[in-house]
Write a protein of this length. Structure first.
Length: 163
């Protein structure tokens, strides 16, 4: 019984982080940026905010929608970093919103007794717990980068943490 409660809470908190914490921060940061700023790169070795959003979309779709949910995986990872725009901010954010909604749906419907089941995602053999943790931490990492770039370019305080 305790394990089922822990499993349920783990999945619920993962959904919450993705949909209610990280996604709104990405949306707010993108709303601050012009189209040029969305695709700005500080140097050729770095990614733009637009690239990071495409990358988040691909990662969540591959690891949760396809990996956990067993939907077909058509990810073209390299393309996420080659894009240079222009792609409107609204189109980018709608893609990410739709993918996060699909991922949350997969997590809500999944059989939590299978969290230790293994799947091959990319070149890795991982449990569903590992896949979910990977997506949550990966989304958090890039959310921080996206927010940092928006704050740097705009010189604003996002006030995400006003207590």
């Amino acid at each position: 019984m305790r394990e089922m409660t822990l499993s349920k809470e783990f999945v619920r908190q993962s959904e919450r982080f993705l949909a209610e914490d990280f996604l709104p921060k990405v949306q707010a940061a993108i709303a601050l940026l012009s189209e040029d700023e969305l695709w700005w790169r500080p140097n050729p070795q770095s990614n733009s905010v637009g690239n990071m959003v495409l990358h988040l979309n691909g990662n969540v779709r591959q690891w949760i929608v396809s990996g956990v949910g067993e939907a077909p995986d058509g990810r073209q990872r390299a393309q996420e970093f080659l894009e240079q725009g222009p792609m409107p901010a609204q189109e980018l954010i709608e893609k990410l919103e739709n993918t996060v909604a699909e991922a949350v749906d997969v997590l809500r419907k999944m059989d939590r007794t299978t969290l230790l089941a293994k799947r091959k995602i990319q070149a890795y053999e991982v449990t569903l717990v590992q896949a979910i943790i990977h997506v949550v931490e990966h989304f958090s990492y890039h959310t921080g980068q996206i927010v940092y770039v928006a704050k740097m370019l705009k010189g604003v305080d996002t006030r995400f943490y006003d207590l």
